[in-house]
Structures are given as C-alpha cells and as structure tokens.
Design a protein around this ligand. Structure first.
Ligand code: EPS
Length: 386
C-alpha cells in the first residue's frame, strides 16, 4: 500500500492517491470530513482557517461507500485559490514582476529550495513546502483509520506543551481513557488549568508578532503483537513511525515511549517486565518502551512524543538577504498562524494511522477485507496458544 500527495497551498486543490487498500472497506465521507475539521481547530490559528472549510471529494476508487481495490483518489479544494487565480495560474505568466518573491524567510524551505531547484521566484518553493499539504495527509490518515477500526485499533493525540508551558500529565493510557477532556480543549490539553495558561502564552506571542511550538503525543491502542520487524532496518516499526512523524512540516524531534528520559535511568527502571495470565496471555504492567521492542509492536499501546518548532512565518522581523540583489532586509509577513501544535497533533495521528495500517497490510495482506480479516484471525489464534 502506498500514497502520494500533490498540491500547492494557494493552488486549486490538495490531492492524494492511495493504492493497495483491500476491496470492500467501508469509507464514510463523514469520517474523512470529521478528521479534516479536527485539523482545522486549535487555538492560535491565523486568518487562513477562516477561509477554508475543508471537505473531501472522492474522484476514484469507491462505489456506494466501499473500496473497489482500485486506487482511491481524493481531493480537497483550496477555497483561497480564488484569491490567487493570476499568481497561481498553471499557464500564462505572472501579471506583475513586483509579485515575484525574492526574500527568503529564515526557518522556511525558501532559500535552500530556491537554490536547489534553480528558481528565481521563491513562491515556486514555498507553495509546496507549506503545511497546507497536511490536509491530504489527514484525509489519507482518515482512510487508514477506517481500516484500523475494523481491527479495533484506535489512534489518539494530545498536547503536552506549548512554548514554555508544560502539563504534568498521567501515562498515555490514562489520558486516552478520559479523551473527551482532550477533544473539548481548544489546545488539546486535558488539564484545563494548563490549557488556559497555554492560550495565554499564545495570546502573548501573537501580541509580540512571534510564534510558538510545542510537544504533542500520539497514542495507538488495540495493536496486535508483531507489526514491523527486527530483521531489516527499514522494517522496524519505531523507525518507520519516527520517519513519518519527522516528515510533518516543522517537526524537529520524536521519542518512542520514555525516549530521552530512558537514557538517564538504569536498565532495571526502563525495561517493562513480562507477566502471563491464562485468559489474556502475556502482558506488562508498565509501558516505558512505548509499545515497540526490537522494532516489533509488543501489544501494548504505541506512544510517540513529538516536538514541533515555532512556525517560521513571523510578524516580528528576522534578518535575511534579498536573493535579487543580496541586500539585507528584515523579513516580515502579513498573515500566519501563531501556533499550530494542536493541528499538528491531528496530522501526527494521521501519519501514525497510515504507518500502522501499512504494517497491518504487510502482515495480513489480502485483496479483500474478508481475506485480510481471516488472515488476522488465524494469526491471533496461533499467538494466543503460545
Ligand atoms: C502555512 C501558512 C498559512 C497557514 C497554512 C500553512 O497559510 P497562508 O500563507 O495562506 O496564510 O494557514 O496552513 C494551512 C493553510 C492549513 O490548511 O493548515 C505555511 O506557510 O506552512
């Protein structure tokens, strides 16, 4: 199973093609749109989210809400495109040379991209580098979630830190047990007192023309033992999840389970002891490993913690150099998000859902959903007897 996305931030649409889904998977329009709406929420977004009301269109691969086994083609229109018809036209030319972007913003793909792709107008780079692309990742992730749900696998996310404000949260299993508190929080933080502090620092940053990053956690529950493999570097589940999460715009760090904190503790306090119960089989009382040992899921919840840098499009000027004449200037912009950590958490869910669905397809294969389910059942019966 694989997917590709295409789309520029102010172009006509964001598009994706998913290939390799089993036939007969039910995919609800509402399920995808619900995920798209969750991505649009979050305290600290800018003016663009007032314009967009993301809704998916299916162009191929579904009949009457069921997959055909053929490529699934998805499209989400960029409403803002109508304000960019001339500047983002596929044919013709830029109407005013003054519209050429030659001032790279620090922290963006602007400068490196313009040099690498040998383009004069930085817009050729920034349009695709934009986090608008995460719309399609969430749509693809929503389809992956529909597949995971058949196998009772759920994916959650919550925000632990925004800028300097960090919540002291219980273990992931406890947070997802009380998930309503996350879903109703404007910053996806289950502690309402800390959530208020987070909103205050976002307000402060906005007033100062600055931006804020943060830390979010993605949790997947209900996983079978045995997704991913120890046998080859590129099959390790933790490596694949880390790569997927790092591929999200502005992500700078990923931890599995206790991550960096485990490096400071002795092994006796890090490794999860193994127990057995004749009705439920092998289990652990702790989950420091974050659900993955040796690159293989161990049946516990998968827990990934992810660090997002502050968005680099700032109202506050930062020094840069004009590529047209090498003169120094202070970069300023007119529109940006102050903080997009809650939205990034939803994107994190989506890419984790995709990687887990991919690993599930590799393990249980099958051209139809029933064939995949039969493979899953026979494996689970065998595992239960060990
Ligand atoms: C983004 C800049 C902003 C964000 C955008 C990502 O857009 P604009 O330049 O149009 O103001 O709103 O995010 C989205 C459009 C979105 O759907 O998340 C950037 O430069 O990455």
């Amino acid at each position: 199973m694989r997917y590709l996305t295409a789309g520029e931030s102010h172009g006509p649409a964001q598009t994706a093609i998913i290939e390799g889904l089993p036939a007969n998977l039910l995919v609800q329009n509402e399920a995808i749109n619900r995920e798209l709406a969750r991505r649009q929420l979050g305290y600290g977004r800018g003016g663009r989210m007032e314009i967009e009301k993301d809704q998916v269109e299916v162009l191929a691969g579904l009949r009457f809400g069921r997959t055909l086994g053929s490529p699934l083609a998805l499209r989400v229109l960029n409403k803002d495109h109508e304000n960019w018809l001339e500047k983002m036209a596929p044919w013709g030319q830029l109407p005013h040379s003054l519209d050429t972007v030659t001032q790279p913003r620090p922290g963006h793909a602007d400068l490196s991209g313009a040099l690498k792709y040998d383009v004069y107008d930085i817009r050729d780079i920034l349009e695709r580098a934009s986090a608008r692309e995460t719309v399609t990742r969430v749509a693809v992730g929503a389809v992956a979630k529909e597949l995971l749900k058949v196998f009772e696998i759920q994916v959650y996310s919550y925000v632990q830190a925004i800028g300097p404000v960090t919540a002291q949260l219980p273990v992931a299993a406890s947070v997802v047990a009380n998930y309503q508190a996350v879903e109703t929080s404007p910053v996806r933080c289950p502690d309402p007192v800390v959530a208020t502090q987070m909103m205050l620092v976002i307000d402060d940053a906005k007033a100062q023309g600055d931006s804020l990053g943060g830390v979010f956690t993605v949790v997947a529950t209900g996983l079978p033992v045995g997704l991913g493999s120890h046998v080859q570097w590129d099959r390790k589940m933790d490596g694949r999840l880390a790569a997927a999460l790092m591929s999200i715009q502005a992500i700078k760090g990923v931890e599995m389970g206790d991550g960096f904190a485990a490096a400071a503790r002795p092994g006796s306090l890090v490794h999860d002891e193994i127990f057995y119960n004749s009705s439920t089989g092998y289990y652990r009382k702790t989950n420091h490993a974050g659900g993955i040992e040796g690159g293989i899921t161990n049946g516990e919840a998968v827990v990934c913690r992810v660090a997002m840098k502050p968005i680099p499009t700032l109202y506050k000027p930062l020094n840069s150099v004009n590529m047209a004449d090498h003169t120094a200037f202070a970069a300023t912009v007119e529109r940006s998000d102050t903080c997009a950590v809650p939205a990034a958490a939803i994107v994190g869910e989506a890419v984790v859902a995709w990687e887990l669905a991919l690993a599930l397809r590799e393990k249980f294969a099958g051209d139809s959903l029933d064939e995949m389910k039969a493979n899953y059942r026979s494996y689970m019966e065998r595992v239960a007897k060990r």
